[in-house]
Design a protein. Structure first.
Length: 126
């Protein structure tokens, strides 16, 4: 581990014996979690699942209490960069995405989706 890696836990693809050393997992040795390589089919499946989960979350947020919505807003503020720290682009995007999800949910909380279209298993509207 180099000086640039101090205090970080990296996730890198594992290969062969790199995942273990003397019977111990790589995480115990180096702070790195072994991860198998991911291919296009897996990325596609993850993308589909993420879209589904975001839409379910929007539906739940649309009927959330004010207390629950305030908690969600506070989480976005919590992960936003703090004064004196270098903002990480992924953190900035994550905080903005939470705010976006809350805004999208507010469009449906006022009855914006009264009669949703029925969708078949193949994704076609009926």
């Amino acid at each position: 581990m180099g000086a640039d890696d101090a205090g970080s836990t990296a996730v890198r693809p594992c290969s062969g014996d790199a995942a273990t050393h003397r019977g111990r997992p790589a995480l115990a040795r180096t702070g790195e979690a072994p991860m198998p390589a991911i291919g296009e089919p897996e990325l596609g499946a993850l993308h589909i699942r993420l879209i589904a989960q975001e839409n379910l979350l929007i539906a739940l947020l649309a009927h959330a209490s004010e207390r629950q919505l305030a908690l969600a807003r506070s989480i976005a503020g919590y992960i936003a960069p703090r004064d004196g720290f270098t903002p990480h682009p992924l953190t900035v995007h994550a905080a903005a995405h939470i705010t976006d999800l809350l805004e999208r949910a507010s469009r449906f909380s006022d009855g914006g989706l009264a009669d949703p279209p029925l969708v078949d298993d193949d994704g076609a509207s009926r």
